[in-house]
Design a protein around this ligand. Structure first.
Ligand SMILES: [Zn+2]
Length: 222
């Protein structure tokens, strides 16, 4: 891990999740794009183009459709005296590939063969096509006072506030600590995904991760 900074998703190394049938059409008030599932089993196509981008400060950008709620969430957090900072947003396929290959090269230099190197790399950086950042629907947010992507991030005032309020703005903490086997990504108390307010409320109230929500029922792996 480079300085505790993880560029993408982290594989939990769990077994395969059972097939999940999207049920977006059953969610009348939630638009389909809001429930786009991107994970190790549901890859974005290489030519996926985000709808329309809105540029943010710091060279960041997101899908324009999530921008108003994201901005309001950031503004409201700041009004509470907090200092949230977006440290990752939309990522192109090329950028994700570059981050992934950099990690693969590291393991190749360690003497791994390619397959082994890619497997190890995917524990730290999401494979191209499996990162929600490539869809422009997710942001990593840290506390200005603690800009490290590790589990300590959850202790910050910013994360405490975001975890409590993000659903009001249509966001979910996408990779909760107790859902790693289902999401395929270990706990990331900084990665927020826009799913729309209705879905965010339901997910939060029912304690579901996106995979469970879209499967229409709780997925049991054991
Ligand atoms: Zn992220």
């Amino acid at each position: 891990m480079e300085g505790g900074y993880r560029a993408g998703g982290t594989s939990a190394g769990a077994g395969p999740v059972q097939a999940i049938a999207p049920v977006a059409e059953q969610k009348k008030d939630t638009e389909e794009w809001q429930l786009l599932l991107v994970n190790r089993d549901h890859l974005l196509s290489e030519d996926y183009k985000i709808h329309e981008m809105t540029k943010l400060r710091g060279g960041h950008s997101v899908d324009s459709r999530i921008y108003p709620d994201l901005q309001k969430m950031m503004d409201d957090a700041r009004a509470e005296g907090l200092q949230p900072l977006i440290c990752s947003s939309y990522r192109t396929w090329d950028k994700q590939e570059e981050l992934f290959q950099r990690k693969v090269s590291y393991y190749l230099r360690q003497g791994c063969d390619r397959q082994e190197a890619e497997e190890k790399a995917s524990a730290w950086v999401a494979r191209p096509g499996t990162s929600e950042h490539q869809a422009g629907l997710a942001v990593d947010i840290v506390d200005v006072a603690y800009q490290v992507l590790d589990e300590q991030q959850e202790q910050t005032e910013v994360q405490q506030w975001l975890m409590e309020h993000c659903a009001e703005y249509g966001f979910i903490l996408r990779y909760p600590t107790d859902k790693s086997e289902l999401t395929g990504v270990s706990y990331e108390p900084w990665h927020y995904r826009y799913v729309g307010k209705e879905a965010a409320r339901e997910l939060t109230e029912q304690g579901l991760c996106l995979e469970e929500y879209l499967s229409g029922q709780s997925v049991v792996l054991f």
